[in-house]
Structure formats: C-alpha cells, structure tokens
Design a protein around this ligand. Structure first.
Ligand code: FAD
Length: 494
C-alpha cells in the first residue's frame, strides 16, 4: 500500500535518483510515498563521523522533513542502536506500513555494500522489492577503463575519459524529477508518521552549546542553502577559481563539500550548473575557472572509483601493498603538537586551528598538514586520516582516504621521492602576506612581513616568544632526508 525511500547521505528532494524513481512508482500505483531515515549510532562510531557532521545532517533532516511535508510525504526518523539490526528493522517497518518496495541510493563503502547485500537477501526471502540507484557520482564507478581494460589508477587519463564519457552520455547530467504530491489518503493512513521528531545526536557525538552557537551559523543546512551557495559561487567566484583556489585567505573555493558529503547537493546538478555557465556549454574548453572547478568535482568521483575497484583501501591498507612496510613513528607528543596547532610551523598551525575552529580546512592546507604529518613527523598517516574524519564537517571516506594517500604517498600515483612539501615554501607561496596565518594564530598577529612564515628563524623571536608561540618541533631539511630514507627502506623491503 506504500512505497518507501530510504534516505542516507542523500538528504535532498531535488535531483535525487532513487527518490525520483520511488515517487514515479508510487504515482503509477496510486499509493503514498514514505521517507525513512535510520540513525545508526554504531555506524557513526565505526566510521568516525564527526559531531559537527552529524549536527549538520540532523539539521538538514529537519529541513527535508518540512519540504517533504509540503508534498504530504512523511519522513520517519528512527534510531537503531545496533547496526546489525538495521535491515531487520527496515523490514518490520515495511510490514507495518504494508509497503512492498524500498528505494535507496547506493553507497560504495564496504560496510554499506555488505549491509545492502544482507538487506537484499532478507527482502528476497520475504517477497519484498529493493531497488537501488547510482546517484552520488556523476559517472557511476565502473564503466571507465583504460585501453587495456583495466581500471585507471592515475587521475589525468581517468579524467579525460570521464569528460569523454559524459559528453557521449549527456543523460548522466540530466536532472531527475522531484517527487510528486502524495494522494490525500497519505495523511489519513500515515498521520502518525508526520509527527515524528528528529532525534538529538547520540550523546558521544553531540556538540556542546558553545560549539553549536559558534559553528551552526557558519554552516546553514539543507538543500536550499546548498543551491544558494552554488549560485553565489557561480555568480561571484567560479571565473577566478583557477587563480584563487590555492590561496587559503580568500573565499576562492565553493565551500560546498559539506553539501556533497551529506547529499544536500547533487554532484550532477553542480556540474551541470557550472557547465551551463560556460560559453562552450561543454565541460571542456571555454572559461578556465569553470573547467578547473569541474575537474575538482571530478576528483570526488575519482576517489569513489578507486574505492570500488580496490575496496581494501577501506581496511586501513595502503593502495600499494609494498608500502605496508614503511616504519612509521607513533610519537604522541608530536601528534598532539600537530592536532593542537602547536608545531612551530605557522602555516601548519593556522590550518589545524582552522579545522578545530570551523570543522573545515582549505584544500591547499589539507595537503600541507598531511604532508607534514607523514613526511616531516613520519607519523603513521592513518592517525591523521582518522583525526580528519573525527573533525571534518565534510568528512567523506573516499576523498579523505584519497587525499591522505596522495599527501602521504601511499595512495594511487604515490610519487614518494618527489612529493615532499616544504612547509616554509608552501607558506610563502600560498599565504604570501601571512593573512591566513594571522587570522588563525593570534600569537603571531603582530609579527610583520615575511617573518610570519618562520618567526624564530627570521628575527621575530621576541614577539613570538612573548605571544607564547612554540619553536619548530622538527627541522625540515633533516626530516626530509629521514622520510626519504624511511620510504626507500620500506618500499624496497615490501
Ligand atoms: P572546491 O575547491 O570548491 O571543490 C568543489 C568540490 O570538489 C568539493 O566540494 C569536493 O566535493 C570536490 N573536491 C575538490 N577537491 C577534491 C579532492 N582533492 N578530492 C576529492 N574531492 C575534491 N574532501 C571531502 O569532501 N571530504 C574529505 O574528507 C576530504 N578529506 C581530504 C583530506 C586530505 C588530506 C586532502 C588533501 C583533501 C581532502 N578533501 C576532502 C578534498 C578537498 O580538500 C575538499 O573537498 C575541499 O577542500 C572542499 O572545499 P570546497 O568545497 O570549497 O572545494
């Protein structure tokens, strides 16, 4: 008597493939559509989901519930304590609602695929139908292969093939239909479901009142906010994106990652919107800013593609097995200096404080701090990967794992002997006037000129000391040599 859409990290009405299909089926059968969201605290624990991300998700759920209610579609939100009970509980609800079809968008991580496989088996035993859709990527992981038929392990050729594939299959960018109004009987039959309240975050993942006050205004939730942000970015910044995207003191990037990660914005809509503003009306050619931005959104697809083809990256393993033998450090003091932004390298410290200050960090700085952790401190990159997941509002397994793999040279296309960032040079190049550093490291606010990049080494010792700013915890040149040797030893013995 009803069709159900199971929302996961796809918290939007517009351009949502499975939701659209669910609505179509409900309309055809003349039955109501019901929305379902399961809060799974064990999944939050297992996947290290940051409290700020959960808070954003719950606020987006509230918006979604209100939007669905305008269409007379209820959204039932329920907490299931044990994650192994999720499939069973979905079946109970389906039976209670006398629903025969469940729609959902696919998630590609190993745990999620296993859960869906279990659900599919249980559904088959009971004669229920489960219909899944590819929604999160512009090009679903799978079809893009190199000339020899192998999956790509390097971004550039994969990207060329991604562009070609979309140009040849333009329906990939098509907007899916929003859900239609439910029949009037929906409120009568499922009235109780409309009264369901959005639960608070599980206790161990709850923001404090102070954090809520400080962080929530930075991240307005829900899909309308995502569209507003996308339109504003396209209006004001996308043209200069190629030039500004690496300067952390400017608002040069879109700040849309949280919306992609929570599904309050579809990657298709983002790419199509950008393309439509290009004078070529294509993904390639034309405006450089637009082309570059589309190629960045494509990185998100690329890392999902990596995850699907090499799922062992979900299991704490480096992409290349021979990189398992690098001897990492587990020095807790150095790790704490890094997490708390007290390494004595101003650009690293500013970035880590941006992360704790707003739950987000600029991409250039993510690369700098990740390289610093793995190369300068030789700490196990998985400690950094984990810390990022626990604190990022946009924490996404594939992108985070891919980013750490890139910066720590343990991922696809690793380049361990060339890709060692010099934090000082990075600082001078991408924060030349020290604006970003001064914003996030108040101890250095009064340091003038180039000394900001290395206060103790460049004559601002007195000011730095007075402000309580720490000295460098490692010496970069020596650390670089040590890293090169450790990588060489590890890889050769692997
Ligand atoms: P924009 O520059 O406006 O880019 C638009 C969108 O493209 C982003 O929102 C994002 O969805 C995608 N994108 C851009 N760059 C990348 C990239 N290198 N890899 C994958 N997708 C990209 N991104 C996440 O969404 N979640 C993460 O957990 C995450 N962890 C990272 C960890 C490390 C060590 C590194 C180096 C990068 C990580 N990134 C992650 C990628 C990138 O830093 C962020 O997506 C970006 O900073 C988000 O800001 P924005 O929305 O303003 O990006």
């Amino acid at each position: 008597d009803a069709v159900v859409h199971w929302f996961k990290w796809d918290l939007r009405i517009h351009d949502n493939r499975a939701l659209s299909e669910a609505s179509e089926m409900a309309q055809k059968a003349g039955v109501p559509l019901i929305g379902l969201y399961i809060v799974s605290p064990q999944d939050f624990e297992a996947h290290l989901t940051a409290p700020i991300r959960i808070d954003f998700m719950l606020r987006s759920l509230q918006v979604l519930k209100e939007d669905l209610a305008k269409l007379d579609i209820p959204l039932w939100v329920e907490t299931v304590e044990k994650r192994r009970d999720v499939p069973g509980r979905i079946i109970e609800l389906m039976e209670e609602w006398r629903a025969s079809h469940l729609f959902a968008n696919l998630e590609y991580e190993v745990d999620e695929l296993r859960r869906e496989a279990k659900l599919a088996r249980m559904f088959a035993e009971r004669g229920l139908a489960l219909q899944v859709a590819h929604d999160t990527c512009v090009v679903p992981p799978g079809p893009l292969r190199s000339g020899t038929g192998r999956p790509y392990a390097v971004y550039s050729p994969w990207f060329r093939s991604w562009i070609r594939h979309i140009q040849e299959n333009l329906e990939l960018l098509e907007l899916s239909e929003p859900p239609k109004q439910n029949p009037p009987t929906a409120r009568k039959t499922y009235g109780k479901l409309f009264d369901c309240a959005i639960p608070p975050a599980p206790e161990s993942k709850r923001l404090s009142d102070e954090e809520k006050k400080r962080l929530q205004p930075l991240w307005p939730a829900g899909e309308q906010e995502a569209m507003k942000r996308l339109d504003k970015f396209c209006e004001e910044n996308i043209g200069q994106y190629a030039k500004n995207r690496n300067i952390p003191s400017t608002a040069g990037t879109s700040n849309l990652s949280v919306h992609f990660a929570c599904g309050t914005l579809s990657a298709r809509t983002a790419v199509r919107t950008a393309r439509d503003r290009n004078n070529t009306k294509r993904l390639d050619g034309g405006n450089e800013g637009i082309q570059t931005w589309i190629s960045e959104v494509a990185w998100r697809d690329f890392y999902k593609h990596v995850l699907v083809h090499w799922p062992y990256v979900c299991m704490n393993k480096p992409f290349k097995p021979e990189y398992s033998n690098i001897e990492w450090s587990y020095n807790q003091e150095n790790f704490t200096a890094w997490t708390s932004g007290r390494t004595g390298f101003p650009i690293v410290d500013a970035a880590m404080r941006q992360l704790s200050g707003m739950g987000w960090m600029h991409n250039r700085c993510r690369m700098i701090v990740a390289s610093f952790l793995a190369k300068d401190l030789l700490l196990d990159w998985r400690m950094g990967e984990r810390f990022f997941m626990e604190h990022l509002i946009d924490g996404d397994f594939a992108s985070n794992n891919g980013g750490w793999g890139f910066a720590a040279s343990v991922g696809v296309d690793p380049q361990p002997y060339f890709r060692i960032f010099n934090p000082l040079l990075q600082s001078e190049k991408f924060d030349p006037d020290g604006e970003y550093i001064r914003k996030w490291v108040p101890e250095l606010r009064n340091v003038k000129g180039k000394a900001i990049h290395d206060p103790y080494g460049r004559g601002a010792e007195v000011l730095a000391k007075k402000g309580g700013y720490p000295r460098q915890i490692v010496e970069h040149k020596g650390a670089r040599e040590r890293a090169l040797a450790a990588y060489k030893r590890g890889i050769e013995s692997g």
